[in-house]
Design a protein around this ligand. Structure first.
Ligand code: SAH
Ligand code: SF4
Ligand code: F3S
Length: 444
């Protein structure tokens, strides 16, 4: 029987990938993804626990879904609500207690079991079916093929979990230990995606460059070797990977940026702080200078390499001087784009227990002054491209009529007239204008 599935996704790209995979897992049960919650037979919210604000959204969303479920039941419809993702993993029992109208709670490593979990739900029960195990089996072995094409630019998870235990971060607790998917399974999925029209692949992992996996012949590969195997798939024009940790940026991987033309000249390499004292307290396992040296070598390997990063302001004990070191590191690196956050104490993480928490107003002020610097770097980076000719992947119709949206090799959004090229094509465009977060282009 045909049923509609509505999935709402919060958090990082790994959640975006997982949401698509959950739809694949449920397809054999008759569920088809739908953009409309009102005609849904099942709603999944795929949640993020990284900062307080992200995880609070879950409970307000669940409040709305309670009313939705009551309305639907009033109409005689049998509907289900599932909570997936990192809040499900961290607070499964609590979700079931505070929101007894939730039917299923499933963690990020257990969602291949959704069909069985859904079959165990009982509309009359006030307890959710909960599965927040870190199973011994590999979920990827149990995921079916993609049910619908993913489009010209697709995500592919290759690595899960994290063993780094930065003192501010919940990911090691919500995603579990580091795990590298075997190369054969990655290559099969990549080839399938390319056959269905994907031309750009972004490999995903919380620590994607920590990937060390089983080679197709049973030996071991490092991440650089996996990249060169992927580059042999004909029709795969562009390869990216995210997120990387500086300590896993080994020589082979840096050299891959010189040797593999499909690897795009853009890397997201978070550093979090420019102060050695704070890096140490964060347990980042590298110094400011280590980070600088890695970037110098990347730029030597690939001179047009652009960088993006993540920064946290107001980590416990951060002084004005530490913050000034962050600002001057940003000035030295010159980022193409930066994501920055106020430190948010997370339950169960070591940094949340440090006495010396920074005042919220100070955090807000630091965030504003950091963003002033990074916004102007981003604009300057975009301005540098005006007048140049670059290859743009045509991704989708733009919001403006008659326009299409695509992306540059450096992850910039580009808008251009729709007659310039078909969706899925990579076309040369002349850049005519730069904006804060995008470029405008025209066909040659
Ligand atoms: N694995 C990646 C990023 C994971 S989370 C890495 O190691 O870089 C994405 C970003 O969220 C982090 O880079 C960090 O900047 C931010 N973040 C993580 N925990 C946070 C917290 N407790 N408060 C504020 N920002 C946080
Ligand atoms: Fe979190 Fe650090 Fe792991 Fe990144 S490396 S996921 S910030 S613990
Ligand atoms: Fe959020 Fe989980 Fe991703 S906490 S950032 S959804 S790994």
């Amino acid at each position: 029987m045909a049923k509609n599935l509505y999935i709402k996704t919060y958090g990082c790209q790994m959640n975006v990938y997982d949401s698509d995979r959950m739809a694949d897992v449920l397809a054999p049960l008759g569920y088809t993804p739908s953009g409309n919650v009102d005609d849904a037979d099942m709603v999944i919210i795929n949640t993020c626990h990284i900062r307080e604000r992200a995880s609070e959204k879950v409970f307000s969303e669940l409040g709305r879904l309670r009313r939705w479920k009551e309305q639907q039941q009033g109409l005689g419809r049998d509907v289900r609500i599932a909570v997936a993702g990192c809040v499900a993993q961290a607070e499964g029992e609590e979700i079931s207690r505070r929101a007894p109208w939730v039917d299923v709670v499933v963690g990020p490593q257990a969602y291949h079991r959704l069909p069985e979990l859904v079959s165990r739900t009982d509309p009359a029960s006030r307890n959710a079916v909960i599965d927040t195990d870190f199973p011994v089996e590999d979920k990827f072995d149990f995921l079916p093929e993609e049910h619908t094409p993913r489009g010209p630019a697709a995500f592919l998870s290759v690595q899960e979990g994290c063993d780094k235990f930065c003192t501010f971060c919940v990911v090691p607790y919500t995603r579990g230990a580091e795990f590298s998917r075997p190369a054969a399974s990655i290559l099969t999925e990549a080839s399938r995606l390319v056959a269905s029209g994907t031309v750009e692949l972004t490999l995903l992992g919380q620590n994607v460059n920590a990937w060390r996996g089983e080679a197709p012949d049973g030996g071991q590969w490092n991440f650089a070797r996996l990249l060169s195997a992927l580059a042999e798939i004909s029709g795969l024009e562009r390869i990216r990977y995210t997120t990387s940790h500086p300590t896993d940026m080994d020589d082979d991987l840096i050299m891959a940026h010189a040797d593999i033309p499909q690897l795009m000249p853009y890397l997201h390499l978070p550093v979090q702080s420019g102060s050695d004292r704070i890096l140490e307290a964060m347990n980042r396992r590298h110094s400011r200078d280590d980070y600088r040296r890695i970037i110098d070598r990347l730029r030597k390997a690939r001179p047009d390499m652009a960088l993006s990063g993540d920064f946290i302001v107001g980590f416990p004990g951060e002084t004005d001087r530490d913050f000034a070191d962050t600002i001057n590191l940003i000035a030295e690196i010159e980022y193409a784009s930066v994501y920055s956050f106020k430190y948010s104490p997370r339950p169960g993480t070591p940094a949340a227990g440090i006495d010396d928490q920074v005042d919220d107003q100070v955090k807000s002020d630091r965030l504003a002054s950091l963003q002033q610097v990074t916004d102007s770097q981003q604009f300057a980076f975009n301005m540098q491209k005006v007048g140049s000719i670059m290859d743009v992947l045509v991704e989708r119709p733009a919001n403006r009529a008659g326009q299409r949206a695509g992306r540059s090799p450096w992850m910039q959004a580009v808008h251009f007239p729709e007659q310039s090229g078909e969706i899925g094509a990579i076309i040369p465009l002349r850049i005519t204008a730069a904006h804060q977060k995008s470029l405008s282009g025209e066909p040659l």
